[in-house]
Design a protein around this ligand. Sequence first.
Ligand SMILES: *Cc1c(COP(=O)(O)O)cnc(C)c1O
Length: 390
Amino acid sequence: MSNLMNTYLRLPVTFARGEGVWLWDEEGKRYLDALAGVAVCGLGHCHPALAKALCDQAGTLIHTSNLYHIRKQEQLGTRLTALSGMDNAFFCNSGAEANEAAIKLARLYGHGKNIDLPTIIVMEKSFHGRTMATLTASGNRKVQAGFEPLLTGFARVPYNDLEAVAQVAEHNKNVVAILVEPYQGEGGVNVPQANYLQGLRHLCNQNGWLLMLDEVQCGIGRTGNWFAFQYSGITPDVVTLAKGLGSGVPIGACLAKGIAANVFKPGNHASTFGGNPLACSAALTTLEVIEKEDLLRNAMEVGDFMRSLFKAQLADLPEVIEIRGQGLMIGIELSKPCGELVKEALKKGLLINVTSDKVVRLLPPLVIQRSEAEQVVNILSPIVKEFLAA
Ligand SMILES: *Cc1c(COP(=O)(O)O)cnc(C)c1O
């Protein structure tokens, strides 16, 4: 019984506490968390360094507003721009808000070039959030249906299709930016083809567009690099972050470089909570722990290890279409809808997700050890086999 709006089909479990990759429910049953609050809890649950930083910050200063200078926000801006090669940061509270900032930035950039109806190229199967602009940008009818009228100013093309983007460039002179997830998350853990991001960068350069990367899910170490775009060797104009940035304390960021970094002027955009001392200390500590504990390398190595174990167990089954991903962003695509696997795994004490109907998605904490990764594979593989045999 609750008085909550009916927005979630929740699984029949309530967690009481967590430690590392483990969660315990109210009855004391233990679960191995291979989802990490949907790519949020990269440090695992209740990392002592994070708990201490939050307690210290809560006892010192929690919130003041962006009417004043905020030292921790300045420090976080410096840290994130250094890691990403961007110039400036805007802080908000979620992934959708980070993308809202990017969308507004692109529109303002367009108006600055006397483009009155600026258009942003977005991808099929993309997910950018649940606000009106970000659900319009998302390539998934399920998040849009019932919320029309949608916004104008978006042109959609298939993901991994450079030719389609080039076509838009020829016919639509209002384009100001491309917004794309380097690795698509909700859309099924879709991996960029070789030279895709480089090709998008090239088209942006040719046409004076901003390349805006939604790294809300794939950023902050998830793929084994600080940012997924760093595998491609390109530099984007805008990068959006959220999920893993605050390890569970809500914080989002819109980073921008060069011409994009100074588009916003005072009064153009704002957030009451955005970048407050508590959230920024969570993010600063998250980045510090990732570095200290060598979690980028761990994500890369354990991710490769998990994919190889899954391939050994499952790749020969004809109903297993593909095992893919990068670092600790792992997708196992099956030939049929497999949402029921989530409940089967839950019964066996394993937390997983299914996205895009047919793709088992794993986003374990960046701290996961090889032995724990083996346990994930050894619990999940038989469940998948049994499901496919039924
Ligand atoms: C989760 C997600 C969002 C939305 O983030 P919220 O914090 O839920 O608003 C946006 N983009 C991507 C790629 C995501 O995975």
